[in-house]
Structures are given as C-alpha cells and as structure tokens.
Ligand binder design. Structure first.
Ligand code: FES
Length: 123
C-alpha cells in the first residue's frame, strides 16, 4: 500500500490557500514540539465568518497536505464551527495519514485556533 493517500499527494503537490494575507484579522503561529516544524495561519473574518484563509509552513508533506485541507474545510465557516475542527477530521478528509504522521496534522488545528484566539484578543 502506498504510504500516502491520493488526496494527501494532491494537497501536497498542489496545496490550496498558500500565502499571506497582509491585512489579516487573525494570525496564528505554532510550532510542533515533536519535529520543530512551524505553521503560520492567516484569517480574514467578517461577521464571525471566515471569508479567507492562507497559510505558510516550514513543515513536511503531511503538514502541508493537512493545512491545505484544513483551510478548505474552514473557509466560509463560522468561527464557532472552525474552532471545533480537529486534526482527526482533517486526517479523515485526506483519507488518512500514517499513524506516525498524525502529529503533523495537529499543526493545522493548533494554528487555526491560535489565529482565532488572536482575532478574539484584538476585538
Ligand atoms: Fe514536522 Fe510533519 S514532521 S510537521
């Protein structure tokens, strides 16, 4: 069996929503304690709805694919729903990640939460 699902490969090779939002309403940066990789998430929020999202990462293929999928999942969502997004849900949407790569998907979840916290703190 291939190590990565087709969806993981697709999101790794063609990541969605990579970049920076200059006038972001919330920015979250987190590091992965296991590997030292870094993830930065930018959110544009209007009336408690995420209208745009972009990310930058110094992460592995799984982190890139997870972030790409996570940004697609939360775009257009209400903040309260985006807050509930778990790394497990992201991994499932990618048709699974190898067990020893699950920690990479945590980066996306934590970066989104940090960006939402940043937005709330600024309000
Ligand atoms: Fe660091 Fe995957 S090995 S995020």
């Amino acid at each position: 069996m291939a190590l990565y699902s087709e969806k993981v490969m697709d999101h790794f090779m063609n990541p969605r929503n990579v970049g920076i939002i200059e006038d972001a309403d919330g920015v979250g940066e987190v590091g992965n304690a296991k590997c030292g990789d870094i993830m930065k998430m930018y959110l544009k929020i209007d009336d408690d709805v995420i209208t745009d999202v972009k990310f930058e990462t110094f992460g592995c293929a799984s982190a890139i694919a997870s972030s790409s999928m996570a940004t697609e999942l939360i775009k257009g969502q209400k903040l309260e729903d985006a807050m509930k997004l778990t790394n497990k849900a992201v991994a499932e949407a990618l048709d699974g990640l190898p067990d020893y790569k699950m920690h990479c998907s945590v980066l996306a979840e934590e970066a989104i939460q940090a960006a939402i916290d940043d937005y709330k703190n600024k309000k």
